[in-house]
Design a protein around this ligand. Structure first.
Ligand code: ADP
Ligand code: MG
Length: 585
């Protein structure tokens, strides 16, 4: 059959491009099957879809590390990287497998199932003008593609130690993540970790000039995993943690590492042991974004316009309202911790100093700054915060822990910071057993600073469970019949005729996740029926993804293209920024 495909392609040389469609079908190359699922109609259309597949028995694939769902994700990632380096080493530009980054993500590019291993390729079938280049096409499909399959599936690397180590690292990272949850910790940064990156546009580790991370003694933990691996580093407990330090001393770098720590990193990245609880969400100001029906009343109230901030809508939110919206939306989809950097925050959202409080009466100021809400957010809703604040001491009195960076080296300075503002750890509520105080416990909250808030706080009105937001079905079914959602690079999704700007959503780390978000919007547009809430629809997507994998997101099961799994937080971020979103009243 190999000669079969090759001879067909040779015979097509010089004929018009449309004749390529004859090669659809499957072809055997020894143990490998090549499926040509979809053939592009012209040289400028999106590339043709080709799969390569091998049975488990033929590949001699170890089953003990490829049975669990999470092991399969890691093993697929390993094969993905083997394939990628093969293609680059040999400069095979017509064959596209996708580009791996520093994170291990669940994706469609390479999958392992009960029967075998499969890689999904995109192939540009060659042309001169609109004429088929048949001899070249034969080289690509009957030589390059089978060689790639050989390199990925049949090579000794399957039984070697590298694969096993890749899977074991992933297992250990997930176990550490689970242990954090059990021990009331929200993040861990291992001693020796390399947090800074090579450049603003490179996610590779900084070279030898990087200062390796080392934990302050007071926050140091050692965790021993079931593999026997033992890790020592800084554990950040749930609650409120403030990172201070001089400009350029590495504060934002730590926060950025934590924000990436929701994904596991590959060996050699430097962030292998930076593990953050998986729902942690970065919150920033994002003026100009659209907001639809958010309850931002815990932060913004009594607008001079009289607008009801319990269902706040704007086509052009300000810095503070956009940050409030980002925060309540994150909590709505279940974020248990927030990561906030002063560099990207609206000052008036974060703090208000005493003189300003004296000058502007509380009832003339719509904004209740985050510093006044950060503790009830934790005690009432169980949401922790890690905050970078180098420019203000305002958060000292609400912090469980203050960590100071000095030339990239962290020290715990909680006591000194508390002394400066005259509080002691005992004054802070909810420092112990946050989970027990999580739901509606309004018995003991730190003193609010103005009388209006005091009333609201004691009445338990702040951070009560907000009304579920129910999108209208119509708004999410853009008129066109064809595929309506499409990723445009990392930071944008086209949905119907609208463009959704995701450039401020910093925890999208791979353009394939953006594709996943687009597919998820498409998928959810079928779920909404004027009764299903946003969080219910997201939960349905999660369940489906857990059961079927990322393949289930797309309509095309044979060859779904290249898609990675986004977190529900980022899917929600896209929906929330969609300017066509409407809610059922
Ligand atoms: P800050 O937020 O405190 O102003 P940044 O985190 O932006 O500081 O870091 C300032 C610079 O220092 C960046 O260029 C960053 O890459 C570099 N840097 C951060 N951490 C380290 C480190 N551990 N070792 C070496 N350089 C670092
Ligand atoms: Mg900074």
């Amino acid at each position: 059959q190999r000669s079969n495909l090759a001879s067909t392609l040779h015979s097509l040389d010089g004929r018009s491009y449309g004749n390529y469609k004859q090669i659809r079908g499957s072809y055997e190359f020894g143990p490998v099957t090549v499926f040509i699922d979809r053939v592009q109609v012209d040289p400028f259309a999106s590339p043709s879809k080709v799969r390569i597949r091998i049975n488990r028995a033929e590949a001699g694939f170890p089953t003990d590390i490829t049975t669990e769902r999470t092991d399969r994700i890691a093993a697929s990632d390993f094969l993905f990287r083997v394939g990628d380096s093969f293609l680059h080493r040999n400069d095979r530009r017509s064959v596209i497998l996708g580009r791996p980054g520093q994170e291990v993500l669940e994706r469609t590019n390479v999958v392992i199932d009960d029967e075998g291993l499969e890689a999904r390729l995109l192939v540009n079938l060659p042309a001169r003008g609109r004429r088929i280049l048949g001899h070249q096409a034969a080289d690509i499909l009957t030589r390059d593609v089978p060689e790639l399959a050989q390199a990925m599936f049949v090579h000794s690397n399957l039984s070697g130690d590298d694969l096993r180590e890749h899977v074991q690292l992933h297992r250990d990272q997930l176990e550490l993540r689970n242990r954090l949850g059990e021990e009331g910790l929200l993040a861990f940064i291992g001693n020796g970790a390399i947090l800074p990156r090579r450049a603003g546009d490179s996610d590779l580790p900084m070279d030898s000039s990087a200062v390796a991370f080392s934990s302050p003694a007071s926050l140091q933990h050692t965790i021993t995993l079931s593999s026997g691996r033992s890790l020592t580093g800084m554990a950040i407990p749930r609650g409120v943690t403030v990172i201070v330090g001089g400009g350029y001393h590495g504060k934002s770098t730590i926060l950025r590492a934590l924000e990436r720590g929701v994904y596991p990193h590959i060996a050699g990245d430097g962030r292998e042991w930076v593990i953050t609880e998986p729902s942690a969400t970065s919150i920033r100001a994002e003026d100009g974004r659209a907001v639809t029906g958010d309850d931002i009343s815990p932060f913004i109230n009594n607008l001079p316009s009289g607008t009801d901030t319990r269902a706040f809508t704007s086509t052009n939110a300000s810095g503070s309202t956009s940050q409030a919206a980002n925060l309540v939306e994150a909590v709505e989809v279940g974020a248990r911790s927030l990561l906030i950097d002063e560099d990207t925050s609206a000052t008036n959202f974060m703090i208000r100093d005493d003189r300003m409080r004296a000058l502007i009466p509380a009832d003339r100021e719509p904004i209740t700054p985050f510093v006044d809400r950060i503790r009830p957010l934790f005690t009432r809703r169980g949401v922790s915060t890690v905050l970078v604040a180098g420019g203000s001491s305002a958060f000292f009195e609400v912090a469980d822990h203050v960590i100071a960076l000095d030339a990239y080296v962290p020290q715990e300075v909680t006591e000194t910071a508390h002394e400066l503002v005259g509080v002691s750890a005992a004054d802070l509520t909810g420092s112990v057993e946050p989970d027990s105080a999580e739901v509606g416990d309004d018995s003991d909250v730190s003193a609010p600073r103005n009388p209006a808030e005091a009333a609201a706080e004691t009445a338990g009105e702040v951070f009560t469970t907000p009304q579920p937001r129910i999108p209208t079905a119509k708004a999410l079914r853009p008129s066109s019949k064809t595929k309506s959602a499409k990723a445009k690079g990392l930071g944008q999704v086209q949905f119907g005729k609208a463009f959704i700007d995701l450039s401020a959503v910093s925890q999208i780390v791979d353009p394939q996740q953006t594709t996943g978000i687009a597919e998820a919007l498409e998928y959810m547009s079928e779920i909404f029926d004027d009764r299903v809430s946003l969080t219910e629809a997201l939960a349905e997507v999660e369940d489906m993804l857990d059961a079927q994998g990322v393949d289930g997101l797309t309509g095309n099961r044979d060859h779904p293209g290249h898609v990675a799994r986004p977190r529900p937080q980022e899917i929600a971020a896209a929906l929330n920024r969609f300017r066509g979103l409407h809610l059922v009243d």
